[in-house]
Design a protein around this ligand. Structure first.
Ligand code: MN
Length: 217
């Protein structure tokens, strides 16, 4: 099943349970997820949004089976998220990686994170939200109005879909800006090392090693 919705800034393609066969999204795919809440053990994965950076957002709505929220049957989505030749570009990848590793039972890699990139270079500020970065670096105003809404609903509203799409449509442009500064400030190798650790960070978080953190004293 697939629904197409046109918006001012891009086109939304909504699929149920998996990506369609044969869809390719290029070597760098922007990815975001929506869940029932912020605790991956309690709050199930509801939606995975993706974009190749061309203004199209492809979204997979995951409908739980009677067995419960885990073990979604989505071979195409799982293949993409674990494909060693496709970079998954996210904002605060730590959360999305952990959630997808938990609910799809895969290792999500390789990954890049625009929030880590911003934190490594924008040491003159403490504002690292996607909304703040899109406004400052791209001049794009994102609405976060639908952030806290019922993502488990069977029929997502057009406002929810537009919000979900906006979380992936600008990540390529944002990364291009951030990467240029990472290179300028000689922090790109450090950023890549942090990104390489993200699948492990996700596993640590799922096992409860986030508080106290294993790196804390
Ligand atoms: Mn989002």
């Amino acid at each position: 099943m697939s629904i197409t919705q046109f918006m001012p800034n891009g086109t939304i393609h909504l699929y149920r349970n998996d990506l369609p066969e044969g869809l390719t999204l290029g070597p760098v795919v922007a990815v975001d997820t929506e869940t029932m809440g912020l605790n991956p053990h309690r709050d199930r994965l509801c939606l995975v949004q993706m974009s190749s950076g061309d203004g199209h957002a492809h979204m997979v709505q995951l409908i739980p089976t009677s067995r419960g929220g885990r073990g979604f049957d989505c071979p195409n989505l799982k293949r993409l998220m674990s494909d060693p030749n496709v970079v998954k570009l996210m904002h605060f990848a730590r959360f999305d990686v952990a959630v997808m590793q938990h609910y799809l039972d895969i290792t999500v890699a390789p990954v890049k994170c625009t929030k880590i990139a911003a934190k490594l270079i924008r040491t003159f500020t403490d504002r690292f939200g996607l909304k703040d970065l899109c406004k400052e670096l791209l001049g794009v105003e994102l609405s976060k109005q639908q952030q806290s809404s019922d993502w488990g609903a069977m029929e997502l509203t057009s406002e929810q879909l537009a919000y979900a799409a906006s979380d992936v449509l600008y990540l390529h442009a944002l990364w291009a800006k951030l990467e240029a500064v990472l290179i300028r400030e000689d922090r790109l190798a450090l950023a890549e090392s942090c990104f390489a650790f993200l699948p492990t960070r996700g596993r640590l978080d799922l096992l409860g090693y986030e508080a106290p953190d294993v790196f804390a004293h």
